[in-house]
Design a protein around this ligand. Sequence first.
Ligand code: GRF
Length: 203
Amino acid sequence: KRIVILISGRGSNMQAVQQACRVEGWKAEVAAVIANVPGAAGLAWAASQGLATAAVDHRAFPDRQAFEAALIEQIDRHAPDLLLLAGFMRILTPGFVGHYAGRLLNIHPSLLPAFGGLHTHRRAIETGCKLAGATVHFVTPELDHGPIVIQSAVPVRTDDSEHSLAERVLATEHVIYPRAVRWFVHGELELAGNLVRHRGGEP
Ligand code: GRF
């Protein structure tokens, strides 16, 4: 199976997926890492691992549609079976999402359906949540919605800052994203409407 990963920044989730793929010997490979920010730190890491990389700078295009057309062209060169959003900070149109329907995953740093969008950790703290976490889900046209594959939860501590909570959640992202991707590439996920079932019976 061929995996393409979209990033905008540091790319620590992309690294976690790539390393799990290699170390665990998945029947898959990361075919390319593509960023919308040419200087994204994750691109340099991916290149250092010998992965194909590309940048499609959204600022170079007159509108979202033109940007996405260029992005799709870059992605589809690598004929992906699975496209991952990993800290990719652009909103995608229904046209883009539809093009990759059923093979597009995202990781979001909250326990969806709570706190879609930005500043999830600050909002969880301000709301007085006692648990926070992360969600891997199939991407549908509605932002941060879509069938949930796996979630992780961590406690929110009374002395937590946005930063300390983000760190605790991120450590779990690096566990659940590779797990969800492994399930996908090994054909262990069943999608029925808005529900995802893992054939092995894992939650
Ligand atoms: C992660 O917390 C991800 O869930 C979020 O942005 C962050 C990206 O981190 N949407 P990285 O680029 O994977 O290190």
